[in-house]
Every structure is written in structure tokens, then in C-alpha cells.
Design a protein around this ligand. Structure first.
Ligand code: ACO
Length: 402
């Protein structure tokens, strides 16, 4: 039988980089990150400037088309997006089929994947026009699907989108209005959501964006690719961390228990990790966490949640971890998701919707990367190799001789 190592000699050389710690998978002009200096730029613009000055749809336009829109372009784009916010009525039947306590992320994966069955008219991935319509549909429909998943879980009727409202206000309306009661979102809530959506809109080749690109590299339709991205986002090491942070804070329960949990996080025999701490790329601080930390206080104060015990607990945890040798040595700092859950909670968004909120924002990054990849004439199917470590070649034995 042939020896595996001799087979490898014939296969040539390739790199072994588990977790893709130092492998670039593509060229991209969308987002720049300097992990050492804590820099994040969208199309060249610092995240700090966009987060404080831009509207979410302005940032969507920037990520998708490469430039900030002028006033006329922005108004036109807002109209365009609002035209796609409705769902096909038959999707309601699909939604109704989910168990009442299904996690909204599972509903999101299913419903977004099913959009390819409803929009045959725009599935030609080789036509720019088709790709663009799909991108607009996804950006516009994600909030409607997300809110519908929530309404399904609490047994309330789905609220139709209101296109006279801004993007974030419309989402809050679909979440919290009922057919018998209107809901007027407070400006502070709308602004906080706008900020969180901007901070989460893109982050170059993270696990979910790489998943969307890999799925799309085979020519699969964008709705299917996005469903794959949402599935990847769900994990607690990625987008699921914001939900896991709140679970963790509730488990810790009180400031007095913080030191014990810090010790658990350091113990290698204990699977417990400090959720919301650490980042693959940021090794000094996460610039998004810095922005969000500042507004977190302000939002909680304005929403009359100033004495939110979870926020106090989070601050204590942050303080102890930042001064602990273990965390300092490994450069483990709070990431954006350490704070986002606390704000979402203050906005009245239930915990199982936190990762869904992340998905609404990241849809913009996913479709921007998918559009960029599909416009690249050098795009090739993504096909990593492996180092095989199984048995050498051997012969089949009849079942009576095994
Ligand atoms: N708590 C305790 N120890 C940690 C933590 C943590 N949150 N994160 C990393 N470490 C330790 C590891 O055990 C390892 O220690 P060792 O060198 O003694 O073995 C060291 O720090 C390096 O960690 P890695 O796991 O190798 O780092 P990696 O880059 O692979 O993982 C990740 C990054 C997944 C974010 C990790 O830090 C983690 O799981 N954090 C908690 C989950 C989280 O907050 N995820 C959100 C990421 S941000 C986002 O998606 C927007």
C-alpha cells in the first residue's frame, strides 16, 4: 500500500494555518483594521467619526458603493431601501411553521435562506443589476424578518414596516407596536440603535463574512450565502457573544462574586471564559468597545436605567480583569459585545434577539463583501487544503473478515 507521506510529496507544498491566523484570503477595499493600534476604518473613514456623525443608511451606502452619498443620493437610497422592506405574504406561513419557542436566530437562518425561493427574478449572480437588487432586498428585509421572528416567539401578530419612519425607528416600531397600540420610539433609543448598527456593520474577514465569501465563491445565490453567514455568526465565539455576556453577568449575579469568576476564567481545566473579552485581531483595545462604553452610560441614564445593576457588575468585572496579570499578559480586553448586550437590554430588546441585532447590522458587511467578490474577475472558488492525518492506504475487507 502507498505511504501517505510519499503521496504528499507529489501533491506539492501548501501552508498549514489553523484558524487562518496569518492567511489573507482576498483583496478588499472595504474595511481596514490595525489590531495593534486599535484602528478601524470603513472605506478609509475612522469608525469614531462615522459612529458620531453618520446615519446607519449613510454608512450602508458607503460600505456598498465606496463613497459617502451626497444629500440627493442619500434621499434616493433611503427611498430605495424602504421600497424593499415588505415580505412576501407567503413567508408568513413559513414563519408560522416554527415552534413557538424557536430561537430567533434559527428562524432567521431559515427565512433568509428561503428568500431565494421568492426572488427568482434577481438570482443571476453574473448580472450587476441583479446582484444590486438582491443586496438592497437583504438590507431592507432583515429588520422585518428579525422583528417577525420576535413577534412569532411572543405570539403577537407581525407588524408591517412603516416606510415613513427612519431605518432604526421602523425596526423599533415592528418590534414593539401592536395592531391596537402604536409605539413611538424615543430618540435616545433610535440613536443608540443607529450607533450599534454602525459599529457592527463590517469587520473585514471575520468568521461569518469569510463564510459568506466562501459560499458565494461557488456562485451560490446571495440569499443562501447570507443564511450561511448568519449560521456562522450564531456561535458564542463570534456574534453569539453578546447574548453570552448577559447570560454570564446574570450567572455571576453580584459584584462580590466577580473575583471567583475571574479565577474560573483563568483555570484551564474549567471551560468558563470571560465572554466579551479577547479578540482575534485587536490586541490592545477594540475601538468599537471604547465608543460604546462611553455611550453606554449616557443611554442608560436617559432611559432611566442609571442604576442598572448589570452595568455596575460589568464595570467591576472590567476593572478587575484589566488589572489582572493573566488578562494583561494575553492582551485580553473587552470587545464591542461586552457592552452591546447591556444597551440592547436597556432598549427592551430580549436577550435571544441580541445576535439577531448583530445580524441586521452585519448584513451590510456581508452583502458588500459578496458584491465586491462577485465583481472581481479574478474570483476563484475557495478551496482550502488540509494535512491528512488518517490511516495509510489499505484494502477493503469483506465484512466476515473484519
Ligand atoms: N477568557 C479567558 N481566557 C481567554 C479568553 C477569555 N475570554 N479569550 C482568550 N483567552 C485565553 C486563551 O485561553 C489563551 O490562553 P493560553 O495562551 O494560556 O492558552 C489566550 O487567551 C489566547 O486565546 P485564543 O483562544 O488563542 O485567542 P483567539 O484569537 O483564538 O480567540 C476569541 C479570540 C474567540 C474572541 C476568544 O478571545 C474568546 O473566546 N473570547 C470570548 C468570546 C467573545 O467575546 N467573542 C466575541 C468576539 S468579538 C465579535 O465577534 C464581535
Amino acid at each position: 500500500a502507498a505511504d501517505i507521506s510519499s503521496l504528499y510529496k507529489e501533491a506539492g507544498i501548501f501552508t498549514f494555518d489553523p484558524g487562518f491566523m496569518s492567511t489573507a484570503s482576498c483583496h478588499s477595499a472595504i474595511t481596514f483594521i490595525d489590531g495593534e493600534k486599535g484602528v478601524l476604518l470603513y472605506r478609509g473613514y475612522p469608525i469614531e467619526q462615522l459612529a458620531t456623525k453618520a446615519s446607519f443608511l449613510e454608512v450602508v451606502y458607503l460600505l456598498l458603493y465606496g463613497e459617502l452619498p451626497n444629500e440627493k443620493a442619500l434621499v434616493g437610497f433611503e427611498k430605495l431601501v424602504s421600497r424593499h422592506t415588505m415580505l412576501n405574504e407567503n413567508l408568513k406561513n413559513f414563519l408560522d411553521g416554527f415552534h413557538y419557542d424557536a430561537h430567533p436566530m434559527s428562524i432567521l437562518i431559515g427565512v433568509v435562506g428561503s428568500l431565494s425561493a421568492f426572488y427568482h427574478d434577481s438570482l443571476s449572480v453574473n448580472e450587476y443589476h441583479d446582484r444590486e437588487i438582491s443586496a438592497h432586498r437583504l438590507i431592507a428585509k432583515l429588520p422585518t424578518i428579525a422583528a417577525a421572528a420576535y413577534k412569532h416567539s411572543i405570539g403577537e401578530p407581525i407588524m408591517y414596516p412603516r416606510n415613513d419612519l427612519r431605518f432604526c425607528a421602523n425596526f423599533l416600531h415592528m418590534m414593539f407596536a401592536t395592531p391596537c397600540e402604536d409605539y413611538k420610539p424615543r430618540l435616545v433609543a433610535e440613536k443608540a440603535l443607529n450607533l450599534l448598527f454602525i459599529l457592527h456593520a463590517d469587520h473585514e474577514q471575520n468568521a461569518s463574512t469569510s463564510t459568506v465569501r466562501l459560499a458565494g465563491s461557488s456562485g451560490a445565490n446571495p440569499f443562501a450565502c447570507l443564511a450561511a453567514g448568519i449560521a456562522s455568526l450564531w456561535g458564542p465565539a463570534h456574534g453569539g457573544a453578546n447574548e453570552a455576556v448577559l447570560d454570564m453577568l446574570l450567572e455571576i449575579g453580584s459584584v462580590d462574586n466577580v473575583p471567583r469568576y475571574i479565577e474560573k476564567a483563568k483555570d484551564k481545566d474549567d471551560p468558563f471564559r470571560l465572554m466579551g473579552f479577547g479578540h482575534r485581531v485587536y490586541k490592545n483595545y477594540d475601538p468599537r468597545a471604547k465608543i460604546i462604553r462611553e455611550v453606554c452610560h449616557q443611554v442608560l441614564e436617559e432611559l432611566a436605567e442609571a442604576n442598572n445593576p448589570l452595568f455596575d457588575l460589568a464595570m467591576k468585572l472590567e476593572d478587575i480583569a484589566l488589572n489582572d496579570e493573566y488578562f494583561v499578559e494575553r492582551k485580553l480586553y473587552p470587545n464591542v459585545d461586552f457592552y452591546s448586550g447591556i444597551i440592547y437590554q436597556a432598549l427592551g430588546i430580549p436577550r435571544n434577539m441580541f445576535t439577531v441585532m448583530f445580524a441586521i447590522a452585519r448584513t451590510v458587511g456581508w452583502v458588500s463583501h459578496w458584491m465586491e467578490m462577485m465583481s472581481d474577475s479574478n474570483n476563484r472558488i475557495g478551496r482550502p487544503r488540509q494535512i491528512y492525518c488518517g490511516p495509510s492506504q489499505r484494502d477493503y475487507l469483506p465484512i466476515s473478515r473484519r
